[in-house]
Design a protein around this ligand. Structure first.
Ligand SMILES: *Cc1c(COP(=O)(O)O)cnc(C)c1O
Length: 385
């Protein structure tokens, strides 16, 4: 019998092997320089990434989670304040809020893009709203015009969670420069991934950038004199070196992801599956950078399909199986599960398929074939039926 040829959800080796020599050479230089925390490499990355994102300032930090925390600190978010954010996002978006003693206010999503619904933000806006955190989920920007307008109407700040969306655009503007502060993550699964943890903040306001800079280094200025209580959240030179090298390839990686997304659309249409599963749309006026390719499978079939794919070693993942309002640790906030119906439905239906840049056309065909096989096993029921 033939060995099963699977398809990985993500294979970093294909991206990293060709960079090996270049990375190890710079690692040697950093080792010899003995400058490990912040320093010239980090500064170079901060400048490159800020420019790439259309911002004037970049501030490196230890992770995307820390970036969110620092951004909220710089907006003076604390006890008694409310921060509006989507429930359908990674945990860190909300935990940054609660760590500062503020209250997360969960908004529902638009079913098409999975991004926060501005109408629900409008419904939840109050005089206590200190900030709004739109998450540019899966690589596509949230509706930033309306979100900025709503924030301005109550004097709230807009913090973009751009962890999944470096280089994504909204009407020609890049993620990280559309709101007041942008938060990026370099966790290895992101579009620009390091060799460990790392993060970055972007801002266009000089004072805000200065405050972020101060806060990431214990609020210390000058040395051993502390203006305010900050945190230790530094990016290190090794991470910066890897990221500087990978930034040179980032637009090519994005194009490869876009090609893969377009190929899925063609393959699913050819297989006659587009009435049964719902493909992710690319909205007008946006540059979608496809950190994830997320389809919807209704009728309660998602988990069964995922298991069927796993039998053939075809990778997939569920981002996210629960809305944050349904998480055990947030029950104290008192949301009922069905208070955010689109979040609830998305959590039941979403399935992320392999989309990484180096994925081959042949592998994509295998992903689609496997899904088609499952669909056929149902007797070809269509979504409309
Ligand atoms: C990955 C991610 C984060 C957290 O980034 P880390 O670097 O892992 O701390 C925050 N928000 C979203 C939407 C993410 O996907």
């Amino acid at each position: 019998m033939d060995e099963i040829k699977g398809v990985p959800l993500l294979d970093l080796k294909r991206q990293h092997d060709p960079l090996r020599e270049e990375v190890l050479e710079v690692f040697g230089e950093i080792w010899d320089s003995n400058w490990f925390c912040l320093g010239p490499k980090v500064k170079e990355l901060e400048e490159t990434l800020a420019e790439y994102s259309g911002a004037t300032h970049g501030i490196g930090c230890a992770s995307g989670s820390d970036a969110l925390l620092l951004a909220l600190m710089a907006c003076d978010v604390g006890p008694g304040d409310e921060v509006i954010l989507p429930s359908f996002t990674f945990f860190a978006t909300a935990s940054a809020v609660t760590r500062l003693g503020a209250t997360p206010v969960f908004a529902d999503i638009k079913p098409t893009t999975f991004n926060i619904d501005p109408d629900d933000i409008a419904a939840k806006l109050s005089t206590a709203t200190k900030a709004i955190i739109p998450v540019h989920l899966f690589g596509q920007c949230a509706e930033m015009d309306r979100i900025n307008e709503l924030a301005q109407s109550v004097g709230a700040k807009v913090i973009e969670d751009a962890a999944q969306s470096i280089g994504a655009e909204w009407n020609g503007q890049r993620a990280g420069s559309i709101g007041d502060i942008g938060c990026f993550s370099f966790y290895p699964t992101k579009n620009l991934g390091g060799a460990g943890d790392g993060g970055m903040l972007t801002a266009c306001d000089e004072q805000l950038a200065d405050r972020l800079n101060l806060l990431r280094g214990h609020g210390m200025r000058p040395r051993y004199y502390h203006k305010e209580i900050g945190v230790n959240s530094r990016l290190d030179a090794f991470q910066a070196a890897v990221l500087i090298i990978k930034m040179r390839h980032l637009d090519r990686y994005v194009e490869m992801r876009q090609t893969n997304a377009a190929r899925y659309a063609t393959l699913f249409a050819q297989a006659g599956l587009t009435d049964w599963l719902e493909l992710p749309p690319e909205e007008d006026g946006r540059r979608h950078v496809w950190n994830q390719y997320v389809v919807r499978i209704g009728e309660g079939r998602r988990d069964e399909l995922r298991a069927f794919m796993a039998e053939a070693k075809v990778g997939s993942e569920i981002y996210y199986p629960l809305g944050l309002h349904q998480q055990e640790c947030f029950q104290y906030l008192g949301y009922s599960a069905d208070s955010l119906p689109e979040t609830l439905r998305a959590a039941d239906e979403v399935l992320a398929l392999p989309i990484f840049p180096e994925l081959t056309a042949e592998e994509q065909e295998r992903v689609v074939d496997r899904i088609a096989k499952y669909h056929a096993s149902l007797g070809g029921a269509s979504r409309a039926a």
